[in-house]
Design a protein around this ligand. Structure first.
Ligand code: CP
Length: 325
C-alpha cells in the first residue's frame, strides 16, 4: 500500500521522501526555515507552535546531527520530546517495530522521527499510525534522507542563489548514499545547471538512478569549474563484502578533497559535507575547516529546516484534533 505524504486538505502529514514533493512544497518549507534561522551566537529561535505535542525520536542507526537537531527543533517549538534508547528498548527482546509504535502512540506520541538501516521502515510505520500521527524519515538505508536534502538545498541557495546557473559536484560513495539521492531530488526539482557524480566506478550508481547526472571517475574532471563541491563518506556499513571497502589511504590519494585539488573548482566554490566526516579519507582537515567550507552552516540550517517541517506537519495534527468530536 502506497502512503500519501499529504492529507486530504493538501497539508504535509508525513515526510518520507522528497520525490513526491513539488517545487512549491519545498519552497514553503525553506521559506519557513529561513524565518527560523538566526546567526550562531544570537538567541536560538523559539516558537510555541508545538506546545501540547509529543515527538519521539527513534534512531535505529547511529546519528549525531540529525538526532540532535530534531530534538532541538522540537524543543524550540515547545514540544515534549522522547528520545527512545533503542538498544535498551523491548525491540531488543523481539518486540516488532509496529508494536513499539503502538505502545508509544498509546502514550500520546504525535510524531515519530525514524532512522533505520532497512528500506521501507518509515513508510511501513506511516501505514499503521493513528490518523493524527505523523512520521518523519530521518535517514532510510541508502534510499532517502529528505531533511538532509532540504538543508543542503537551503545552504546552496543561500550562497549561490538560483541553482539553474551552477554546477554541483558530489564526490565519493554515491552508490550507498541516501544523502546524494535526496540532494539529487531537491536539486533537479529546481533545475540545477549541472550535477556531477564523482568517484571510483565501483562507487557510482548505475544508469537507472540519478538520471541526467554526469558520472565522472577522475577527480580533476569532476572538480573543474564546479560551484559547489559536496564530499561524502565511504559508507563502510553498507558494503555487502568487507573486501570491497576501499583502502582509506589509497582512497585519499585518488579521491581525497585537498586544497591543491580544490584550485580546479571555481574560486568562490563552497565545500559541503553532510557529516560524519572522515578527515584524511574523503576530505583533508584543511579543506573542512577552510574559508570555503560551509559544513557548520549546513548543521545550523539543519535545525531550522527541521523546525520548519515540524511546524508544517503540526497543521495536520491540529486539523485532525479540531475535527474530533
Ligand atoms: N548528516 C547526517 O545524517 O548526520 P548524522 O548521521 O550524524 O545524523
Amino acid at each position: 500500500m502506497e502512503v500519501g505524504q499529504f492529507n486530504e486538505r493538501g497539508q504535509l502529514r508525513h515526510l518520507l521522501t522528497l520525490a513526491e514533493l513539488d517545487r512549491g512544497h519545498i519552497e514553503e518549507i525553506l521559506e519557513l526555515a529561513g524565518r527560523y534561522l538566526t546567526p550562531v551566537g544570537a538567541a536560538a529561535p523559539r516558537d510555541d507552535v508545538l506546545k501540547g505535542c509529543t515527538i519521539a525520536n527513534l534512531f535505529f542507526e547511529p546519528s549525531t546531527r540529525t538526532r540532535a537537531s530534531f530534538e532541538l527543533a522540537a524543543k524550540r517549538l515547545r514540544a515534549d520530546v522522547l528520545n527512545l534508547d533503542v538498544n535498551m528498548s523491548s525491540r531488543a527482546k523481539g518486540e516488532s517495530i509496529i508494536d513499539t509504535i503502538f505502545t508509544l502512540q498509546a502514550m500520546q506520541v504525535d510524531v515519530f522521527v525514524v532512522r533505520d538501516a532497512s528500506t521501507g521502515v518509515p513508510a511501513r510505520i506511516a501505514q499503521h499510525v493513528a490518523p493524527h500521527v505523523c512520521v518523519l524519515n530521518a535517514g532510510e538505508s541508502d534510499v532517502s534522507h529528505p531533511t538532509q536534502g532540504l538543508l543542503d538545498l537551503l545552504t546552496i541557495q543561500r550562497h549561490k542563489g538560483d541553482v539553474r546557473e551552477i554546477c554541483v559536484a558530489i564526490i565519493g560513495d554515491i552508490k550507498h548514499s541516501r544523502v546524494a539521492r535526496s540532494a539529487y531530488q531537491a536539486l533537479t526539482k529546481f533545475g540545477v545547471g549541472e550535477l556531477r557524480l564523482v568517484g571510483p566506478a565501483e562507487l557510482l550508481p548505475d544508469d537507472t538512478v540519478f538520471q541526467g547526472a554526469r558520472r565522472v571517475t577522475e577527480m580533476a574532471d569532476g572538480l573543474r569549474g564546479a560551484d559547489v563541491v559536496m564530499a561524502l563518506r565511504v559508507q563502510r556499513e553498507r558494503f555487502a563484502e568487507l573486501g570491497e571497502i576501499p583502502d582509506p589511504q589509497e582512497y585519499f590519494r585518488r579521491y581525497g578533497l585537498t586544497n591543491e585539488r580544490l584550485t580546479l573548482a571555481k574560486r568562490d566554490a563552497i565545500i559541503m559535507h553532510p557529516g560524519p566526516m572522515n578527515r584524511g579519507v574523503e576530505i583533508d582537515g584543511g579543506v573542512a575547516d577552510g574559508p570555503q567550507s560551509v559544513i557548520q552552516e549546513q548543521v545550523t540550517n539543519g535545525v531550522a529546516v527541521r523546525m520548519a517541517v515540524l511546524a508544517l506537519i503540526h497543521r495536520h495534527i491540529d486539523s485532525v484534533r479540531g475535527a474530533a468530536p
